[in-house]
Structures are given as C-alpha cells and as structure tokens.
Design a protein. Structure first.
Length: 257
C-alpha cells in the first residue's frame, strides 16, 4: 500500500535502553513517525543474564559490551552477523533450517570461551536475582520514558512483549521444535524463572500487548532456533495478532491522513 510506510529500527541482540536511545537519536535526525511499535522483553532478560552478567557487564550496558570493545569483538560481531543472516534465510525445509542452526550454534559455542574484561569487579553486578530485578526495572523505565516522550509529541506508542518457547505452557510443540529448538538449558532456565518479572503492571503506556502466549493453541512449527527467533509462519502470526489487537488504533491513524 502507499498509504503508509514502515521503517525498521530494530537490530539483532538489541535490548533496553537501546530502543529508547535510538528513538531520541532518530528524533534528533528529524524522524517524525505516526506510530512507534516496540517489540521487546525477551532480549532484556536473556541477553542480560546470559551474556552481560557472565562478563560482569552491568545490566544497563549494551549486549556483551566488553566483548565488543576488546580483541574478541570481531568474533562476537561475526556470530551476530551469522545468526542474523540465517534468520533472514526464509527456508521451509527443516533440514536446511537445522543446518543454519548448527552453523550458528558452533560460532556461539566458541564465543562462550571469551574471558571477563580487565575492569571486571570494578562495577559490581551483585547476585543473579538482584541483576534480574535491575534488568526488569531498566526495561519498564525505558518503556515508560518512550511513552512519555511520544505522548508529548502526540505519537501513538504500542508496546508488545515477545513470545518465547521457554515460557512455560505457552505452546504445544511440534516434533521439530521438540527435537531442535528446546535444548538450550541456559536460556530455558533463565526465561522460566525471570521472564515473568517483566509485567505490564509496571508499564505506563495505554496500548500494551503481552504476546507471550499467542501460540498457546498453535501446533505448527513457529520457532527456528533454540533461542527465540520465529520462522516465517511465526512472524506472520505475531504480526496478525498485533494488527488485530490494535486495529482500531491503526484505522484511526490512517483516517487522519
């Protein structure tokens, strides 16, 4: 359609407060959207508690920040590029998707050997429970600041919390999902224990959609790796649910044009 344009400001592995900072940056560049859709949540918990915490990086730091800026940065960037490229390869053949997954997994396994930065301990991170609660607070505070900023400019803000396969009882899994996409114990344990900390009760935005259970009755394969990423079908379902949830908001904005 020529009635609206979509601009994708998302990046692989991004987490709050990066979304908030990107919005301010785009505003400084003169970007004037009618609607901002923020789909987040899972990265805030998983990236913070599996990468930042293990590297003694504070939760407000970007994902694995110390690894990016030291000599191991090239390895981390190559793994990120590999993962993103494989996600964008839209194959419906299970064997092809499995090969993509194995290739990316090998890269990330090598990444786990990266040591902590030289300044480790100078910025104490505390226990994993304390770290998780700080992470949840950064997430909600960032979203609320986005909401306040956009409200002041009369821009509609829609906040969507991501689904994930490790959310308990969130999906009846297909055979492929059970075989290939549920074997990351680290992500799984952290998601089950700490993802519930992200609650819509802490968000000030009026238009919030908790999508963690949208696949509760979906038996087809919607995931494409053992982390979090959706395949083409999964993305289609998620987008359909978002449009259905906020259809009145979209229609109202289009009618203003």
């Amino acid at each position: 359609t020529d009635r609206f344009s979509v601009y994708n400001a998302g990046i692989g592995g991004g987490k709050q407060p990066l979304q908030y900072l990107k919005l301010i940056y785009l505003d400084l560049l003169g970007f004037k959207p009618d609607i901002v859709i923020n789909i987040d949540g899972y990265n805030e918990i998983s990236m913070s508690l599996t990468e930042n915490l293990l590297l003694d990086n504070p939760p407000i730091f970007p994902r694995a920040f110390s690894a990016y800026v030291d000599s191991n940065g090239s390895l981390l960037r190559s793994c990120t590029v590999t993962s993103d490229q494989n996600i964008n390869k839209d194959s419906y053949l299970p064997i092809i998707q499995t090969l993509y997954y194995v290739y990316a997994r090998r890269c990330w396994d090598n990444l786990q050997k990266i040591t902590k930065p030289w300044w480790s301990g100078m910025l104490p991170v505390g226990s994993i429970d304390d770290y998780a609660h700080k992470t949840a607070n950064i997430w909600s505070t960032s979203s609320n600041k986005i909401n306040n900023f956009l409200s002041s400019k009369n821009i509609l803000y829609l906040h969507v919390i991501q689904p994930n396969q490790y959310v308990e009882n969130s999906k009846p899994f297909s055979e492929d999902e059970r075989l290939y996409y549920l074997d990351n114990a680290l992500y799984g344990n952290i998601t089950k224990k700490y993802y519930p900390l992200l609650s819509i009760n802490y968000l000030e935005a009026r238009d919030v959609f908790d999508a963690r259970n949208i696949f509760k009755n979906e038996r087809r394969t919607v995931y494409r790796d053992n982390c979090c990423h959706l395949n083409a079908l999964g993305n289609e379902i998620l987008l359909s649910e978002i449009f259905e949830k906020f259809s009145d908001k979209f229609k109202s904005k289009l009618s203003e044009k």
